[in-house]
Design a protein around this ligand. Structure first.
Ligand SMILES: Nc1nc2c(ncn2[C@@H]2O[C@H](COP(=O)(O)OP(=O)(O)O)[C@@H](O)[C@H]2O)c(=O)[nH]1
Ligand SMILES: [Mg+2]
Length: 379
């Protein structure tokens, strides 16, 4: 992934600069406003754009996928044993892993591990990924992938191979904004307080400002006091058409009014995944109209158990992809790959703060792999 920043006095100009250099394949990873260095009172718009260009990635991705599907080698068995010891002991600290690795080796392969500096780096990668709370099966498939590429690895490139291998397990789905005159209907569902309304505001503004789309907003958030007002205030400030559905029948009427919009975002009632009746209420509203894409919004700070539980409960909405919020608040990010590999569903956006519309990133597998690996949100 080639990443570059473009800065201009307007978002339109920054987008134009990006397209001139990167062409239509460019992906917008994020936008933000910054002050002009020559005149701090002036606001400049900065776009972070990315372009896929990693040559060896395709090959390694294919291989990593087949490895992820089935881990059978002796090496994998060995690692399986080692990680079982770590996990069973209930102590996942780096020291414990080091201690286990440093025990006298019995097998030929273990002896090799002890000798080679590259293999020592592999152990470090193993312990680092464990520390980032990446699940065991994912780490094992990366380790096996590295073992296969053993002859090509050096101390310098091993980390890149590990990141690329991790990246190959991260499914992403692009949010298509190239949809003039189609009236794409998008709904966001998810538990309370995860950031659905804030994310809709970010997406609506990006659609409006960068992609010049005619946007409509619908709220069916009639449950929580003040929740409708949150989106209404945003709609007022951003001059976006906004309507509230108070009962399921309102949905068709509203969609008739919004029939000429390019894109319509539906903000749903924040409901506990534990309460099936509450979830059904949302479904009663959404089932009245044709929703093109539904996204399940979950907080990246949640435990994997809670994320899987929510993902199962919200299956009734037939969501196509995840939006993972509050990445800025998460201490480690292994759950992103854990959730994707456990559910088989891709992720479309990460959100990394409360600022509208800046704090949202289109999901990119290389970026997420680096985020998990390095624990650094900004490179
Ligand atoms: N730190 C952080 N806070 C966020 C993010 N997204 C939303 N929030 C905050 O989370 C809180 C709940 O957001 P809201 O959009 O009302 O959640 P909803 O109930 O799912 O609609 C608000 O204070 C938001 O500003 C994010 O990516 N990072
Ligand atoms: Mg809300």
């Amino acid at each position: 992934m080639q990443i570059k920043k473009y800065c201009a006095p307007t978002l339109k100009e920054a987008t134009h600069l990006m397209k001139q250099e990167f062409g239509p394949e460019a992906i917008i990873l994020g936008t933000r406003t910054i002050s002009d260095q020559s005149d701090t009172r002036k606001v400049m718009y900065e776009i972070t754009a990315g372009l896929e260009s990693f040559e060896f990635k395709k090959e390694i991705k294919e291989k990593a996928k087949s490895v992820a599907a089935k881990s059978t080698s002796k090496f994998s068995d060995e690692l399986e044993k080692i990680s079982a010891q770590v996990y069973n002991s209930g102590n996942r600290t780096k020291d414990k892993i080091k201690e286990i690795y440093n025990q006298p080796s019995e097998t030929h392969e273990q002896k090799q591990i002890e000798k080679s500096s590259i293999e020592l780096r592999m152990k470090k990668i193993f312990s680092d990924l464990t520390d980032r709370e990446v699940q065991k099966s994912v780490i094992l498939s990366i380790m096996e992938q590295l073992k296969k590429y053993q002859n090509f690895l050096s101390e310098e490139n091993i980390e890149n191979y590990a990141i690329t291998s991790l990246s190959s397990l991260i499914l992403t789905k692009e949010f298509d904004m190239n949809i003039k005159n189609k009236c794409k209907v998008v709904s966001l569902v998810g538990p309370t307080g995860v950031g659905k309304t804030t994310t809709i505001a970010k997406l609506a503004l990006i659609a409006k400002i960068i992609h010049k789309l005619d946007v409509g907003l619908i709220s069916i958030d009639t449950y929580r006091l003040g929740a409708v007002d949150q989106l209404r205030s945003f709609a007022d400030v951003s001059h976006t058409d906004f309507l509230v559905a108070y009962e399921p029948n309102d949905m068709q009427k509203i969609m008739k009014k919004f029939a000429k919009k390019d894109i319509v975002f539906i903000d749903t009632v924040g409901r506990s995944p534990k309460n099936s009746d509450q979830l059904q209420t949302n479904q009663d509203f959404l089932s009245r109209i044709k929703v093109d894409e539904t996204y399940l919004v979950l907080s990246a700070t949640n435990s994997i158990k809670n994320l899987i539980e929510a993902s199962n409960k919200f299956k009734m909405f037939d969501f196509s992809s995840f939006i993972l919020t509050k990445v800025d608040e998460a201490v480690v990010h292994g759950n992103i790959v854990n959730l994707i590999t456990k559910t088989g569903k891709p992720v479309s956006f990460l959100t990394n703060g409360q600022v509208i519309p800046d704090d949202i990133l289109a999901a990119d597998s290389d970026f997420i792999a680096k985020l998990i690996f390095t624990n650094q949100l900004r490179s």
